[in-house]
Design a protein around this ligand. Sequence first.
Ligand SMILES: Cc1cc2nc3c(=O)[nH]c(=O)nc-3n(C[C@H](O)[C@H](O)[C@H](O)COP(=O)(O)OP(=O)(O)OC[C@H]3O[C@@H](n4cnc5c(N)ncnc54)[C@H](O)[C@@H]3O)c2cc1C
Length: 469
Amino acid sequence: MLDEIIINQLQAIVGKDNVLIGSVNLTTYSYDATADVPHAMPEVIVMPTSTAQVRKVVQLAAWKSIAIYPRGAGTNLSGGTIPLDHGIVLSLQKMDQILEIDAENLTATVQPGVVIQDLNNAIAPFGLMYPPDPGTVTTATMGGSVAENSGGLRGLKYGVTKHYVMGMEVVLANGNSVRFGGKTVKNVTAYDFSSLFVGSEGTLGIIVEITCKLLPEPKFHKAMLAAFNIMEDAGKTVSDIIKAQVIPATLEIMDNMTIRTVEDFAHVGLPTDAAALLLIEVDGMAELVVAQEADAVIRIVEENHGSLHIANSDEERDNLWSARRAALPALASLNNTVVLEDATVPRSRVTDMLLALAEIGRKYRLVLGTFGHAGDGNLHPTILADKYNADEMSRVHQAVEEIFATALKLGGTLSGEHGIGIAKMRFLGNEIGDSGLELMQAIKNALDPTHMLNPGKLIPREEKTHVSR
Ligand SMILES: Cc1cc2nc3c(=O)[nH]c(=O)nc-3n(C[C@H](O)[C@H](O)[C@H](O)COP(=O)(O)OP(=O)(O)OC[C@H]3O[C@@H](n4cnc5c(N)ncnc54)[C@H](O)[C@@H]3O)c2cc1C
């Protein structure tokens, strides 16, 4: 634990109630939603309520050389908030004010601890929405989501977090705060610093305020479920829909293993003998356009031998969505360890990736189900394993390695939305090469020369590509 003088200084900055110590608290912040990464105990949890407090905490930590681990809701899936070097977990959850909703400029300005759904609830009366919607939309914070550049179910049509961040205020490792961007649609002043901090995973600065873009909420929706007997037909349907220039809001896939598990878990009436299901939703402002897009999707599904169930009421739509939302909890109920990856490939390679994943599951004798955002090529192969079975865990690690090698071979990426964190750090060089790693190091060294912000994440520390788990 940190010595008493430092604890007293932290209490003086944020108030006694906002400094947590004691083994129960420290244990609670020693892990996040990620399976199969090391856990580590922080020395203290500090919960600032203002930017001024964040600055003072960072200044104190810099002076005393203490690592700082920024944290939102801890729902990330790459080990991003685990305090590997102990030190301070800086929880931003109490900075949870929506500072402004500007319906004229279609922007909102929020503190980092605002939960994404709370922002959506606040802007709904203005007929507006903030589209990025990770599966954790009701718990994840805006700060964590910006730092992870998170995506979600609507990414295909509406893009991901980086497409909605217009500006921000950041506290840097030296304790100074700086603002970039703002409310103007166009802003080409200086480097594009907002983009640099989106997806920086807490390694370059603490995000203390975010200005984001809002969109008008679509008025019409049509949701449907398509079942296929062979995986290739489902994959071809995905690329045919895009080829027909229809961009659904949602185009999600579940493989047979996931379908059966969801049905056992949630009893929503899914066809358990289907090789794959697609959940497709088109939306828009004009009823006729939405109907035309739905017709095009129906035609393509039929051409690809799929059988369709169309939701004709809000209740039926909710039922379809609950099937998709149940995918991860259902799979998670099967064993004590859920390794959820987010290997992502170009849309045209979705079928190849799905077939390769099934083969990897067979090869390593693992329970592997895949669901995910097929429309943007972002698949979530999910391995269920027993962490107490060393042989099985070794096969899990080999399978994960092969999954990422396959994604890269198919022209894809290590992460479509979950970030690199600890979990994928050792593969980073395989995607961005040595020059890419050197550039990352140079930026880290320039902004955080003593590596006090989220050390051990995203950027390999000693060896470039061989950081062990
Ligand atoms: C069941 C489940 C479903 C999920 N579905 C999706 C999905 O569909 N799409 C998706 O993209 N993700 C998904 N996720 C992952 C996760 O929910 C997102 O990454 C989310 O945006 C993280 O937000 P958080 O507030 O929990 O951040 P945390 O997990 O607390 O932090 C994430 C990272 O951001 C850093 N950080 C946090 N706050 C700040 C700040 N203010 N300043 C600087 N750095 C900060 C942390 O250090 C860490 O590196 C899912 C997770 C689970 C468990």
